[in-house]
Design a protein around this ligand. Structure first.
Ligand SMILES: [Zn+2]
Length: 288
């Protein structure tokens, strides 16, 4: 099956022609500002360049919260003028065929299921460990959207106490174990906020408490998710997960928090698609 996946980002728009879960052609363009007209015109142009048509449908990953029916943008942090914009209708009109849209982290999760770490799985959860912590939940082969369309936000699992979170609340995983929070914590400990370097020095007594706290809360979040959903696997993506030996360090901590029947069956694995997951997942939106 051929389809086009497009990942709309604040700085760039990535698009790809995807065949059976593999990218066969790709295009990347800078995002032309924030004006809905300009940005959607650029997305449409890229879709046409890659051959969009009745036999080559288009899916688009949108960086923010969408309504339950996946028609309208509710809250896009990097595209403030887009709130309540009927994105699906606008893109469909400009491209000239019905387009599917979905939250970008959900696209990442779908991509791993089509051609990545969760290939062939029907039930899995993705945690993306980047600047913030995002993710997606796939149950029975479909993205779990929730009643209001907002399900699948592991970054806002309340595993902490008073730590501020970018969402306006506190005690959330992202505000403790996200890269932004880690960099802030490193600075407050008198360390250079270079997480790649600090990961290589994780055994150093001056650095260890930084990671100990972040990994402990992440392990609690993952263990709670496993208890709640009983997934086949938990997939980890994002920059932090690529630290050498990351899974080996994290796995025993997660197991420590699991109820005994779950300890032996925990399947914790790394994203295979990295930055390609979102475009492949956006293309996967068109699979019926
Ligand atoms: Zn939060």
């Amino acid at each position: 099956m051929r389809a086009i996946g497009i990942d709309l980002g604040g700085h760039k728009i990535a698009a790809a022609l995807v065949e059976d879960g593999r990218i066969v052609q790709r295009l990347t363009e800078p995002t032309p500002g924030r004006e809905p007209d300009d940005v959607t015109a650029q997305v449409a142009k890229m879709a046409r360049t890659l051959g969009a048509g009745p036999k080559c449908p288009v899916g688009v990953g949108i960086p923010g919260m969408l309504d339950t029916l996946r028609e309208t943008a509710l809250l896009l942090p990097n595209f403030s003028g887009w709130n309540n914009l009927p994105v699906r209708k606008i893109l469909s009109a400009k491209i000239g065929l019905p387009v599917e849209i979905e939250n970008d982290a959900n696209c990442h999760a779908l991509g791993e299921g089509w051609g990545g770490a969760a290939a062939g799985m029907t039930d899995y959860v993705l945690f993306t460990l980047g600047t913030g912590i995002g993710g997606g939940i796939v149950i029975n082969g479909r993205i779990l959207r929730g009643f209001h369309g907002m399900a699948g936000e592991p970054g806002h699992l309340a595993v902490g106490a008073g730590e501020p979170c970018g969402c306006g609340s506190h005690g959330h995983l992202e505000g403790i174990s996200g890269a932004d929070a880690l960099e802030r914590n490193a600075e407050s400990m008198g360390l250079q906020p270079d997480l790649k370097y600090l990961w290589t020095r994780r055994s150093d007594p001056s650095v260890a408490p930084l990671w100990d706290r972040a990994l402990d809360h992440l392990a609690k979040g993952i263990a709670s998710t496993v208890h709640l959903l009983d997934p086949q696997a938990v997939i980890l993506g994002g920059g932090l997960s690529r630290g050498e030996g990351f899974l080996d360090v994290l796995r025993p901590r997660v197991i420590d928090y699991l109820a005994s029947p779950f300890k032996k069956i925990l399947d914790l694995r790394l994203s295979l698609l990295g930055n390609d997951a979102a475009v492949i997942g956006a293309a996967a939106l068109t699979r019926k």
